[in-house]
Design a protein. Sequence first.
Length: 190
Amino acid sequence: MFISEKELINKNVECIAVQTDVSIESDCKNLIDKAVERFSKIDVLINNAGLSMRANFRDVDLGVLKKLMDVNFWGTVYCTKYALPYLLKEKGSVTGVSSIAGFIGLPGRTGYSASKFAMHGFLETLRIENLKKGVHVMLVAPGLTAVTVTLAVMVGLSERQVRPPDMALPLNSAQSSSSGATRVASASLV
């Protein structure tokens, strides 16, 4: 269930929604800047943007794999890079929402699995680098989820775009969308 920023404000919940394409570094910097401008700090960063795909590698357009890496991996890297100074100051937490596909390759999900493996490596290294600095790093890897299609699914050469209504999450939050491709929720800042 998605709740709009307006609905949350009407319930006296402090929040902010920042439209962000996590595949664009400057959008991610803007997201973090707006959150800090509004709330003066960041306690938690949840990297939850995601694209999926279904196609055997021999049949997939390499542009699809690039989009997957740009959103699933680089979106996590960009948001984390700009949030990290604030997370270090607050001894906060970074979470990456991943998939079982980041632990074991899944047939027909070559690019998706690769992007999640990259995300895992990034977050595991970030955890080690910050062990004694008070920043917590968590990787969440759900199995199959019972959702309609909250992640856009890219099939072979074509795309299906599924966009939820305008949404916001409590406290600092970000909605991500793209003019042509498919983003559903980017980094949630709490």
